[in-house]
Design a protein around this ligand. Structure first.
Ligand code: HEM
Length: 458
């Protein structure tokens, strides 16, 4: 089957500069994507709007590589971002810095190697197996459901099973995710005014309900860890087991109880809504492109027939993976990766004061007109071998770059490819109001409203 014309998936329209400036100065908007000026998608480096601390937008791939690579110590993670997450994950690997981060990363990395992703695949299979009868029943009833909720439930269940060998239906896990929803909703309320007018390194205070939710999540995680460490020597073969038995190669010392809670909090935070976002947008795109969906289904049928889609099959699903990668280009789950200048410095001819914000945005870089051909069109062939629409070097960073690149990238790629394949093979997805779907930047790149769908068994 030959591909049809390229599809333009929904995105906010970029604003002419003056309107962008006015809107960002005065609007109560919570969504950074809709405030971006047209120029942001064309420039290589430029100040973004007007702000107290100065926000420098950097799009040029070599400069981005410098910020995330050789100069990583000069540009640590942004203080506002870190401050917002600390009540939940303390000094966990997602927000820590310097030697503390290096030690944590060394101790955690082995849990996400290829062997471990193979082990986690069993969790992915079990979670899809558990949700299937529920989705089948809703499909049979012709019920309208939230695709966001269905996919988030799946990835939350996977992370519970992969980390703690427990399901989302367990009491502790259910409470953790209920509180997560409270935390996410509050933290996602990025106050644009604060971003523009706040002082660097000022304390970030969370509203009481978010703080309380974090405390409850940490208590639940501590309880799950304690139950595990009490049964000494029983170490289940899962990520929590790995992290509990991890030792610092230099000192032979393991993580303290508090550090264990921090790290495991990170996996819940970084490891489910991100993948859910990727799968959600991929399914939305497929639902709007019957020809592409047919080609993806043909690939899955040829590989797995009606049988289970095993790990080796997932690795061979080149077109499905290309659809995932193109989805991660147009809807990177982490739309902004903000940094802060830890000292006075210079980049691309701009002098930066200590505390200046440096904004690197996969959302913008992935749609930059100087880097991509037809940047706003969905063209999965960019990620197929032999394609002439090559991916520009250094211009694709859905998982970040350099030493702080996503630790779960291999896990997430297998998981998302598997979930897309499983769901698109089994169901036709009819979106209730596709024209109303609009992406916004929350903790991840979410649709402004839930995507309501009707599933039908194929
Ligand atoms: C499609 C899914 C995912 C995407 C797009 C994604 C994206 C990212 C990005 C962009 C970063 C770097 C952030 C920065 O530099 O500011 C990151 C870091 C991280 N991610 Fe992921 N992630 C995904 C799934 C996962 C999963 C499944 C896990 C674990 C279960 C995970 C764990 C982490 C951790 C621990 C870090 C911090 C690494 C460090 O700072 O050393 N991620 N992720």
């Amino acid at each position: 089957m030959s591909p049809g014309p390229l599809y333009r998936p929904p995105a906010p329209r970029a604003l002419p500069p003056v309107r962008a400036l006015l809107r960002s100065a005065f609007s109560g908007s919570r969504d950074l994507l809709s405030l971006l000026p047209e120029e942001a998608y064309r420039t290589w480096i430029a100040p973004l709007g007007v702000s107290r601390r100065g926000i420098l937008l950097v799009n040029e791939p070599d400069m981005v590589r410098r910020i995330f690579g050789s100069d990583v110590a000069t540009y640590p993670k942004n203080d506002l971002f870190v401050g917002a997450l600390r009540p939940l994950i303390g000094d966990g690997v997602f927000v820590s810095d310097g030697d503390v981060w290096k030690r944590q990363r060394q101790m955690i990395e082995p849990s996400f190697g290829h062997m471990q992703v193979g082990r986690a695949f069993a969790a992915m299979e079990a979670a899809t197996g558990a949700v299937q009868p529920i989705l089948d029943a809703r499909a049979a009833d012709g019920e309208v459901l939230s695709l966001d909720a269905a996919v988030s439930h799946l990835t939350a269940d996977i992370i519970c099973r992969a980390v703690f060998s427990t399901t989302l239906e367990s009491d502790a896990a259910r409470r953790i995710f209920e509180d997560f929803a409270v935390f996410q909703e509050t933290v996602a309320n990025v106050r644009i005014a604060r971003l523009l007018w706040g002082r660097p390194w000022a304390e970030v205070s969370q509203p009481a309900p978010a703080r309380a939710a974090c405390e409850r999540i940490r208590r639940q995680i501590a309880g799950l860890i304690a139950a595990r460490t009490d049964k000494s020597g029983e170490g289940a073969r899962d990520i929590a087991g790995d992290i509990i038995s991890a030792r610092d190669p230099a000192t032979g010392i393991g993580f303290s109880q508090q550090e264990l809670v921090d790290q495991i909090g990170v996996f819940f935070l970084a490891g489910h809504e991100t993948s859910a976002t990727a799968v959600l947008w991929a399914l939305f795109v497929l639902s709007q492109n019957p020809d592409l969906a047919a080609r993806v289904r043909a690939e899955i049928d040829a590989e797995a027939g009606d049988g289970p889609i095993g790990l080796e099959s997932v690795k061979r699903l080149a077109l499905t993976r290309a659809v995932l990668r193109e989805t991660l280009r147009l809807y990177p789950p982490g739309p902004f990766l903000p940094r802060v200048a830890a000292r006075e410095t210079e980049i691309g001819g701009y002098r930066l004061r200590r505390g200046a914000m440096v904004m690197v945005s996969p959302w913008i870089i992935h749609r930059h007109s100087g880097l991509w051909r037809n940047p706003d069109l969905f063209d999965e062939s960019r990620f197929l071998s032999g394609s002439d629409a090559a991916v520009p070097a250094g211009a694709y960073l859905p998982f970040g770059l350099g030493p702080r690149v996503c630790i779960g990238a291999a896990f997430a790629t297998v998981e998302s490819t598997f979930l897309i394949a499983h769901l698109i093979r089994r169901y036709d997805i009819e979106v209730c109001a596709p024209e109303a779907v609009r992406p916004v930047a929350r903790l991840t790149t979410r649709p402004a409203r839930d995507i309501r769908v009707r599933l039908s068994r194929r």
